[in-house]
Write a protein that binds this ligand. Structure first.
Ligand SMILES: *[C@@H]1O[C@H](CO)[C@@H](O)[C@H](O)[C@H]1NC(C)=O
Ligand SMILES: *[C@@H]1O[C@H](CO)[C@@H](O)[C@H](O)[C@H]1NC(C)=O
Ligand SMILES: *[C@@H]1O[C@H](CO)[C@@H](O)[C@H](O)[C@H]1NC(C)=O
Length: 489
């Protein structure tokens, strides 16, 4: 891999470095569709439709695919062929189908909306089950073995069309999604909690979540926290004069949370949110987060230097660029949550400052605290400080491309220096490989992935296999495609 990387580095240097101040960066190498140098492996099957979720085994040999009415496992251990290992047919229940169709819903099926490892041997999957979501726990090695069924009404999406995020930590499920037949309830919840622990959800207070779209979530073990990323509608009470201003957010909940004993009973006592700002200087903000991924630091560095790479688009893309990439450090996110807060005064209809003098707000372990403290916690969920990108600048912006998905890896070149590589998917179906150098970002490759543009739901990186996996969320009746790009990593 290092050798290959050196060749790319050579190409970059050979063709001359691009001026980093340039807003639109041209790829140095552009491969044609089906190029033998970047072969695409494709799996298609006429009885699989509407693929929704992907999960790669830890050894990167098996790819689990959630689809409509089906869950598959594919053997991806060989670079040039993908074969079916196992398949579970999982349909919506008859009763639900009937009710769903009578309500004229368009997606009356069982769309797999959540697919995660439950533990080292079992998978957890959630299906929409024609608007009556259901969870199952099944052995990863044998999808048709007897399954454990879980009621998932307050944890899993009802519809196939909305974005959601979920993560399992210690066999407990943390989700952020809209629930209900009309999708009108927004939840951030912990479900299937261990026997001694409560299931948790958000307290219903004004301004907690405003029309959120959930993007992703990650477990930060060093902090005992789950971080959630989403966008929502902003407030007129801020500095903004626009009516429907979109803001991007990072939110936290603590895994040790168990809800208060009186105040905030069975509710999070650790939920807090901060604004995530992708902006350079006084330029217009790239305010809409599209996707975000975590890059853990090298072993010898503190977890505080964990970075989160996000792709953003702008609500005002006419005047600014189409999209940008920003990196945020865990240290900055922690600083926002341990700082002061704002509380919303319903009567006065305004936000006011809630100082965090004793530094309790934003901390884990508050569920054990007094009612007096929990009453302050309850209304203090928005941080005063926003999270700004590393060095207060964009890593990349493009006036031409709208990036929709991102993957990241750190790689070492032959000279021992390590580089960060981003893989960005454009809405028009191209993959851009980008190297981040001290002097700026450079798109070193462009590879066409899809013939027609389509919404890409997922990209997965498999470093060990030097493969990149992309699944498309084409809601189409024909075969669904899973693509593997060879030699790109
Ligand atoms: C994983 O969870 C399943 C279902 O609860 C259980 O049967 C299995 O023993 C667990 N596996 C491990 C390795 O803990
Ligand atoms: C919560 O309080 C109880 C009793 O007051 C104590 O035993 C327990 O260790 C506390 N738990 C945490 C996580 O602080
Ligand atoms: C899923 O696939 C079917 C084809 O089998 C298609 O008609 C439908 O529109 C797709 N999407 C949804 C949301 O059902």
């Amino acid at each position: 891999m290092a050798a290959l990387f050196r060749i790319w580095m050579f190409k970059v240097l050979f063709f001359g470095l691009i001026d980093p101040s340039q807003a639109s960066l041209r790829p140095r190498v552009s491969f044609p569709q089906g190029s033998s140098e970047r072969l695409l492996s494709i799996y298609s099957s006429s009885n699989v439709k509407n693929t929704t979720t992907l999960l790669l085994s830890t050894d990167a040999d098996t790819l689990f695919v959630g689809a409509q009415d089906a869950l598959l496992s594919l053997d991806v251990s060989q670079p040039d062929s993908i074969t079916l290992k196992d398949e579970l047919e999982w349909k919506a229940s008859r009763g639900n189908l009937l009710t769903c169709k009578m309500a004229s819903k368009k997606d009356c099926g069982n769309f797999i909306s959540i697919l995660q490892f439950f533990n080292s041997t079992h998978l957890y999957a959630c299906g929409t089950n024609a608007y009556g979501p259901q969870g199952i726990i099944i052995p990863a090695s044998s999808l048709n073995a007897s399954r454990d069924t879980k009621n998932a009404k307050n944890c899993c999406p009802y519809s196939s069309t909305q974005r959601n995020t979920a993560i399992i930590v210690d066999e407990e499920l943390y989700t952020a999604t809209k629930v209900g037949f009309f999708g009108n309830k927004k939840v951030i919840s912990r479900c299937h909690s261990r026997a001694t622990r409560n299931n948790l959800e958000l307290e219903n207070v004004p301004k907690l979540l405003q029309d959120p779209v959930f993007i992703s979530s990650t477990h930060v073990a060093s902090e005992g926290k789950i971080l959630l990323f989403f966008t929502e509608t902003g407030d007129l009470t801020g500095d903004y004069l626009v009516n429907s201003f979109i803001v991007s957010r990072v939110a936290q909940v603590c895994t040790d949370d168990n809800g208060g004993s009186l105040t905030l009973q069975k509710r999070w006592t650790s939920f807090a949110k901060a604004q995530l700002v992708c902006q350079q200087g006084e330029d217009l903000q790239f305010n809409k987060l599209e996707d975000i991924v975590k890059l853990s630091p090298p072993d010898n560095e503190s977890s505080d230097s964990t970075l989160f790479y996000g792709v953003f688009t702008s609500q005002w893309s006419v005047s600014s660029g189409q999209s940008a990439v920003c990196a945020f450090s865990l240290a900055e996110i922690k600083a926002a949550f341990s700082g002061d807060y704002k509380t919303f005064d319903l009567e006065g209809n305004h936000w006011s400052r809630q100082p965090n003098a004793d530094k309790k707000l934003g901390k884990c372990g508050l569920f054990n605290d007094t009612d007096r403290v929990l009453n302050i916690v309850k209304k203090s969920f928005l941080t005063e400080k926003a999270v700004r990108p590393v060095e207060n600048k964009l890593l990349l912006s493009s006036t031409k491309e709208r990036y929709s998905r991102i993957a990241v890896q750190r790689t070492q070149a032959a000279n021992g220096q390590s580089y960060t590589i981003l893989y960005l998917l454009t809405e028009s179906g191209f993959l851009h490989k980008v190297v981040l150098l001290a002097k700026g970002s450079h798109i070193i490759e462009e590879i066409p992935i899809f013939k027609q543009s389509q919404t890409v739901k997922n990209i997965l990186l498999s470093k060990s296999k030097a493969l990149l996996r992309v699944s498309s969320e084409c809601l189409c009746p024909t075969a669904q495609i899973i693509q593997t790009v060879q030699n790109v990593c």
